[in-house]
Design a protein around this ligand. Structure first.
Ligand code: KIV
Length: 266
């Protein structure tokens, strides 16, 4: 596969070619996804929940994100790596936002950063980061860093006013210079409207089939969480169960003496 670039992603939208994005947090997963031809690897701050065991994404730090972004970049050849800016790493001032976004590129090796929200403050910050020369992916709808304001992980844009606010916010983010926009947890008609309005590609998660591409958390797709997935997740495997079985077999065989046999002995 040829290297995925931001102009290529824009061309994919123009050609109605669907974009694939998955989260990755480590070197072997990045290699697998890259070799499978996934277009974008997102080092999501979902890291906090699926890898680090936090209850939500709010405690995730810059250092944690950079540590995992570096590992993902080491495993990636062709995909575009996007680093997710953690809560409070971009919210306080333009200077701090630019500095932290720059760390994802200079230290992490990512090609772009992602940040959540489309209120005026976030739009101004987005513009400042873009103006500093850093590519930004937006993220609107169900934005997990706003979990307390939303009252939980709730679908957004269900009434007309909320839906219109999302369409307007998406347009303002495009005008601020983002190269792509994640649409999470919203009715499919709203996501389709936004996708038709923008010239940049939209990537949906729980936002229906009308987006220019789709993203899932890799642990959800592979069934690695050991929990019932949300409605929008298609679980393509149940690795949690497979791993439980493998680990159980190891324990039984060590206890019974069935492992190691001569075959596994020097
Ligand atoms: O952190 C993450 O994994 C994300 C995706 C769900 C889009 O932001």
């Amino acid at each position: 596969m040829a290297k995925v670039t931001i102009p290529k992603l824009k061309q994919m939208k123009a050609d109605a070619e669907k974009i694939t994005m998955l989260t990755a947090y480590d070197y072997p997963t990045a290699m697998l996804l890259d070799q499978a031809g996934i277009d974008i690897l997102l080092v999501g701050d979902s890291l906090g929940m699926v890898v680090l065991g936090y209850p939500n994404t709010l405690p995730v730090t810059m250092e944690e994100m950079l540590h995992h972004t570096k590992a993902v970049c080491r495993g990636t050849k062709d995909a575009l790596v996007v680093g997710d800016m953690p809560f409070m790493s971009y919210n306080i001032s333009h200077t701090e936002a630019i500095k932290n976004a720059g760390r994802f590129i200079k230290e992490g090796g990512a090609a772009a950063v992602k940040l959540e929200g489309c209120g005026q403050h976030m739009i101004d910050i987005t513009r400042a980061i873009v103006d500093a020369g850093i590519a930004v992916m937006g993220h609107i709808g169900l934005t997990p860093q706003f979990i307390h304001q939303m009252g939980g992980f709730r679908v957004q844009g269900k009434d007309q006013d909320q839906a219109q606010a999302l369409v307007d916010g998406a347009k303002r983010l495009e005008d601020a210079g983002i190269f792509s926009l994640v649409l999470e947890g919203m009715p499919d008609e709203v996501a389709s409207r936004i996708t038709a309005t923008l010239s940049i590609p939209t990537i949906g998660i729980g936002a229906g089939a009308g987006c220019d591409g789709q993203v899932l958390v890799i642990h959800d797709l592979l069934g690695l969480t050991g929990q019932r997935p949300p409605k929008f997740v298609k679980q393509y495997a149940n690795l949690f169960k497979d791993m439980q079985e493998a680990i159980g077999a190891f324990k039984r065989e060590v206890q019974s003496g069935a492992f190691p046999t001569k075959e596994y002995t020097y």
